[in-house]
Design a protein around this ligand. Structure first.
Ligand SMILES: [Zn+2]
Length: 252
């Protein structure tokens, strides 16, 4: 009979008092029930594999398309990040997506980071190295027309509806670029690496810290070979992931 409820015992009286408090203050229980189990939400990262569909990007001497390398790396990076972050890819397969749609997607999901992935293309086969770009608006008269993802604004009719909103995130984007490059350099064999600012259209409409990576030059025969190597891409993905972790440790 010990399991039965006896209202005259001490335990029974305590239970009655407790139920009375809940009846008088129903909001207390309601508030407790509404508390999220996990107070800390996962950060959202949007990965943007450059090009796709008929837009093949740069072409390597051995026939490798930039659009395929960017998607391969984005998928690997998503796997790296998935346990810790909420990861969204702007494109998940080989189809065309215009540039404003990419940042629009990141803005609509209120992403914490936007990372656009490219590889360099040049008529000069010796052009090489990894470059991380952050956005910086410049005067039209000084625009340089030879940067792949940064096509000058005047050449593109469908500008982002969030034109130049990235300006407000310039400082944090630069920090993100530096941290990512530091950690990529620990993982890869690319001899040259640098950070540049540029008026990249793929970044201008992003309303969060954002960088564009050019992971080597696919038009450079040696680097094309590296970019065909799954272990090299995996190392780059690991470096990017470490840099992202460092960024959130720093800005938290
Ligand atoms: Zn590209």
């Amino acid at each position: 009979m010990s399991a039965c409820y006896n209202p005259f015992s001490i335990k029974g009286r305590c239970l009655l008092i407790f139920l009375g408090i809940l009846l008088i203050c129903p909001g207390t229980l309601e508030a407790n029930l509404k508390k999220p189990v996990f107070a800390k939400q996962k950060k959202t990262i949007v990965l943007d594999p450059g090009h796709g569909g008929h837009d093949k990007g740069a072409l390597g001497p051995d026939g490798t398309f930039e659009k395929n390398v960017t998607l391969d790396l984005a998928r690997m990076l998503a796997t790296e990040l998935n346990n810790t972050y909420r990861v969204i890819l702007t494109r998940t397969d080989d189809y065309f997506l215009n540039i404003p749609s990419r940042t629009s997607m990141a803005n609509h999901v209120k992403a914490d980071l936007f990372i656009s992935i490219h590889s360099g293309g040049s008529f000069l086969h010796q052009a090489s190295g990894i470059t991380l770009y952050f956005f910086k608006e410049i005067l039209e008269s000084t625009l340089t027309p030879n940067i792949d993802p940064s096509r000058p604004f005047k050449e593109i009719n469908n500008r982002s509806p969030w034109s130049n909103i990235q300006n407000r995130h310039q400082a944090s984007s630069k920090i993100l670029a530096q941290l990512m490059l530091n950690r990529i350099n620990e993982q890869t064999i690319f001899k040259k690496s640098e950070i540049l600012d540029a008026p990249l259209m793929v970044l201008e409409g992003a309303d969060m810290p954002a960088v564009c990576l050019e992971i080597g030059y696919i038009t450079n025969p040696a680097e094309e070979k590296s970019l065909q190597d799954i272990s090299v891409l995996s190392n780059i993905a690991q470096g990017i992931r470490n840099g992202i972790d460092n960024f959130f440790e720093k800005v938290r």
